[in-house]
Design a protein around this ligand. Structure first.
Ligand code: FCB
Length: 461
């Protein structure tokens, strides 16, 4: 397979790479770090593939210098990483852990010395366990605690961090964590998940306020909004499509960018739509103006109507919206089982742009593919499928920009192979291969391609 041509992005377009704390850091009980819901979840038998945990992960906590050198070799403008809340505040609130603060000081300074702009995600799914024990995102106190943590981080790092992302993919926190139970905390609740979705949004809004009060300038949120297709034009499929749009997209985008709750929430969640967790001023808090919105995109979804489970008026067991996913795309799949459909990214960007006049500039904050990588006898990793995936998706971004969508930059997921949540270490998303016996890092072919793309972009623009 040949090397794909470099997609042409406009002058000023920025290139980056992304990671998240629990997926790479390891050192789970070192230097005063407190446990998070992901420590508890991954240590519970049966929750992750093969019982994998993030206890050591890629050992980035000890090897961060080597990882910054890899970023530097890649030539990226910016690096997106997340702070582990329970390193700074082991209890989630209260006493501050000085050694935890120091770690991110060292990382940020190392990045700046390499000329790489730090972009911090405050919450990439690792809620301090003591907060979960008091109700987690089901309760409003967690949103308040999140804002206090945001203040601490911004006061400490605000002079050096260029870009702040409050939450990563609140969809996954709320629905994969509290409804499906495939992610921490592993709950299967209807009410709890919808309350969590709301409190995540409130927490985001309060954190935006806190960040701005501490002087942060480039503030946004990362969402995994989806391009949802309907399996057919049949009325039941169209209704299923509306419900899926509500669950995946409208629940986040409407309050954030249009100042309202989703139009079809009543038909999607029946009696739970207008839950008692909503406060009178919440839409104002949630809708605080943002400097950018981060989008994570991997694949589209296509839905068809499915029978609802026996209706439980309280939906106490799990969120069931009467929808099944189908895969009509007929394309290659990554090892995650995800269809590769770059055009859906162009569609998604265009639709958001058309629908929300108040949409801030967009950053792609994650995009990448998991492939069956192997270290070959020449000591290399030849991963042409990943390189093609990246080229095709960057071209899809360029197409959206050409049609008028304001996309400022792209963070590739991920710098390193890492702990892929419930899928453990089997899914390799990295530009850099990690040997989990020795933690040796080996740049893959895609790493060299991305580096050359960045060089070519700078030379051309
Ligand atoms: C996203 C997550 C990220 C990573 C990718 C593959 O949903 O934000 O941490 O696991 O998927």
């Amino acid at each position: 397979m040949s090397r794909p041509a470099f997609p042409a992005l406009p002058p000023g377009f920025r290139f980056g790479a992304a990671t998240a704390a629990y997926q790479i850091e390891g050192a789970h009980d070192e230097d005063g770090r407190g446990p998070s819901i992901w420590d508890t979840f991954s240590h519970t038998p049966g929750r992750t593939l093969g019982g994998a945990t993030g206890d050591t992960a890629t050992d980035h906590y000890h090897r961060y210098r080597e990882d910054v050198a890899l970023l530097s070799g890649l030539g990226v403008d910016t690096y997106r990483f997340s702070i582990a809340w329970s390193r700074l505040l082991p209890e989630g609130t209260g006493p501050v852990n000085a050694k935890g603060l120091d770690f991110y000081d060292r990382l940020i300074d190392e990045l700046l010395a390499a000329g790489i702009a730090p972009a911090v995600t405050l919450y990439h799914w690792d809620l301090p366990q003591p907060l979960e024990d008091r109700g987690g995102w089901r309760v409003r106190d967690t949103a308040e605690a999140f804002a206090a943590y945001a203040t601490l981080a911004a006061e400490r790092y605000g002079d050096r961090v260029q870009r702040w992302i409050t939450l990563n993919e609140p969809y996954c926190s709320a629905f994969v964590g509290y409804a499906e139970g495939r992610h921490a905390p592993g709950a299967q609740e209807g009410r709890g998940a919808l309350a969590a979705a709301h409190h995540l949004l409130v927490g985001h809004g309060l954190a935006v306020r806190a960040l701005r009060a501490a002087g942060a300038r480039d503030v946004g949120i990362t969402l995994n909004l989806d391009r949802v297709h309907a399996a057919s034009d049949r009325p039941d499929d169209r209704a299923a499509h509306r419900r899926a749009e509500t669950l995946h997209n409208d629940i986040w985008a409407e309050p954030l960018f249009a100042g309202r709750y989703p139009a079809y929430e009543a038909e999607t969640w029946a009696c739970l739509a207008d839950g008692p967790w909503r406060g009178r001023d919440d839409l104002t808090v949630i809708g605080a103006p943002l400097d950018f919105v981060g989008l994570n995109y991997y694949r589209p979804i296509c839905v068809t109507a499915a029978p609802h489970r026996e209706p439980d008026p309280e939906q106490r067991t799990a969120v069931d919206i009467g929808v099944a996913e189908v895969d009509p795309y007929g394309t290659r799949h990554t090892t995650m089982g995800w269809p590769v459909v770059p055009s859906a990214l162009t569609e998604l960007l265009g639709r958001l742009h058309a629908r929300y006049p108040r949409l801030p500039p967009i950053w792609i904050t994650e995009n990448g593919s998991a492939e069956a990588d192997t270290l070959t006898s020449d000591g290399q990793v030849h991963d042409p499928d990943r390189t093609h995936y990246l080229a095709d998706h960057l071209r899809a971004v360029a197409d959206a920009i050409d049609s008028g969508v304001d996309v400022r930059g792209y963070y590739l997921w991920s710098l390193l192979d890492n702990f892929e949540w419930a899928r453990g270490y089997d899914q390799r998303f990295g530009l850099v291969h990690v040997d989990y016996d020795t933690r040796t890092r080996t740049p893959k072919d895609s790493y060299h391609w991305y580096r050359d793309l960045i060089v070519a972009h700078r030379a051309r623009t």
